[in-house]
Design a protein around this ligand. Sequence first.
Ligand SMILES: N[C@@H](CCC(=O)N[C@@H](CS)C(=O)NCC(=O)O)C(=O)O
Length: 207
Amino acid sequence: MLKLYGQYRSRAFRVCWLLKESNIPYEHVNVTINVPNATAKEDWYRGLNPNARVPTIDDDGFVMWESAAINFYLAEKYKSPLLPPDMANKGRALQWAFFISNDVEGDMILVFQHRFRFPPEKRNPKLADEAEPKLLAKMQLLEDHLNKSPYFQGDKWGMADFIVSSVMYALLEMNYDKLAQFPKLNAFLTASAARPAAVEAIKLRNS
Ligand SMILES: N[C@@H](CCC(=O)N[C@@H](CS)C(=O)NCC(=O)O)C(=O)O
């Protein structure tokens, strides 16, 4: 059976959400991070993922890592209803996935960690303050898109919408005050997080 390695309070959450959206059965292996003796740094896990980060999957002997790549692999292999069959729509999903990974995620994570996730003594407010204007500019781009179209994928919530929502869920979790400046994006992320598959994944993330 497919194995998902990585504690749910990590990017493994994104893979978990995709698995639930796509009704793919899996076994969860709770590889830990950022704790003393984190499992992710153990030799057996480095053998699966030399980057020693989570998530990783083992699909019947095929091992891979990098959450967005994993999600596209799983969606294609298991014929997820999220992944549109035509090339143009697949291209669109990849476009938004690369945009989110390259242009949004890094600054978003800095704001998330240094305003919310890290214990106060580990926070560096300067890092969050420097990242924030760049994050807000990209959020405006997403808002502009949603002012023209209700979805990122096309005419229904699909892979592109999943990628945007699963990465940007961190902003909902931290109750990011500036999200209110982007009403369409705020409503979109909130509606995405209310999907039954998302609710299940969020419950595991919070457990
Ligand atoms: N680009 C990678 C990033 C993986 C990553 O940084 N995972 C974090 C958890 S969300 C991790 O394992 N951190 C522990 C560490 O860096 O030691 C992906 O999307 O899978």
